[in-house]
Design a protein. Structure first.
Length: 304
């Protein structure tokens, strides 16, 4: 039964369900019209089936993404602080949670004066039939859970997804004036797979792509190589995370050992994928307020 509960939570990802749930509601949905989404021009994915949108536990989700885009969600002009953030949702690199880990936090950032840019990055292909997709996703997350239980090594993001994150950072900086953004105040916030990608982004340190701040929400907690110029790091994770809860705290400790600023929030309960709102009935519901305080401490809430 414990294995079933873990697999249920893993498939839900950022879409929390009761741990005793036996099935996960999945319904097809129309592809949203996003006329403001900007193609990143990073290429396609060979053999990728048609992009497909569906609701997973009632929340919009996408899979089989072969064209990366960046969607601006901008603050009202009177609120804008000049700071920006690129947001990368999670989904095990086989799907992306586009509401709970993308659009919802983007609107929240914009409400606080920070220009948000939702990254829809390229994914690994999955079978078109939904039942086959579920099995492929379960296998992916089960393998991740086993690796996490053994401690695991730093997880590499797939090359296409990492290239998309790099392109997104470059675009926000090169087009900063277009959106009223300071190119020296561009943060990155990633959830789960998106957080793993963010750590890889910092480690790769390609010109123009390193964020000025990085927030990793329930990332792999494995140690990483950290340069002496790495940006300040914020980490939020639950101690009962089904994927990474047994890894220890190697990721933030790597930042600390490198002499770089780091803030770590560990919640007693929440599991993996507690989303932007946190898991109801647990203290993980307060993580976004902790993030807001951290952003304020770094000047992201003040106009410059």
């Amino acid at each position: 039964m414990a294995g079933l509960r873990i697999l249920t939570a893993l498939l839900a990802l950022a879409l929390p369900l009761p741990l005793g749930a036996q099935t996960i509601p999945v319904e097809p949905m129309a592809t949203p019209v996003q006329p403001d989404a900007i193609p990143l021009g990073t290429g396609g994915v060979p053999g990728m089936p048609t992009e497909s949108w569906f609701t997973l536990a009632g929340r919009p989700t996408v899979r089989n993404v072969s064209t990366a885009t960046l969607l601006p969600v901008l603050p009202a002009k009177g609120k804008a602080t000049g700071a920006a953030v690129v947001i990368a949702p999670g989904g095990g690199f086989v799907m992306e949670s586009m509401e709970a880990e993308a659009m919802k936090p983007a609107r929240w950032f914009a409400d606080h004066g920070i220009a948000a840019f939702v990254l829809k990055y390229r994914l690994d292909p999955t079978p078109t039939p939904m039942e086959a997709f579920k099995q492929a996703a379960l296998a992916r997350f089960a393998a991740a859970a086993i690796a996490g239980a053994k401690g695991g090594a730093d997880i590499p993001a797939p090359a296409p997804a990492l290239a998309d994150a790099q392109a997104a950072m470059r675009l926000v900086r090169t087009q900063a004036a277009r959106w009223g953004v300071n190119p020296d105040r561009v943060a990155y916030v990633g959830f789960s797979a998106g957080a793993i990608m963010g750590v890889n982004l910092v480690k790769a340190a390609a010109p123009g792509t390193t964020p000025d701040l990085i927030a990793a929400i329930y990332p792999s907690m494995a140690p990483s190589i950290v340069a002496p110029t790495a940006p300040p790091l914020f980490v939020a994770v639950a101690s009962d995370d089904e994927l990474f809860g047994k890894q220890g705290y190697g990721l933030p400790d790597s930042w600390r050992r490198a002499g770089r600023p780091v803030e770590l929030h560990v919640y007693e309960h929440g599991g993996h994928g507690f989303g932007f709102d946190g898991k109801p009935g647990t203290t993980s519901t307060g993580w976004s307020e902790a993030l807001l305080g951290w952003l304020g401490a770094h000047g992201w809430l003040t106009k410059r």
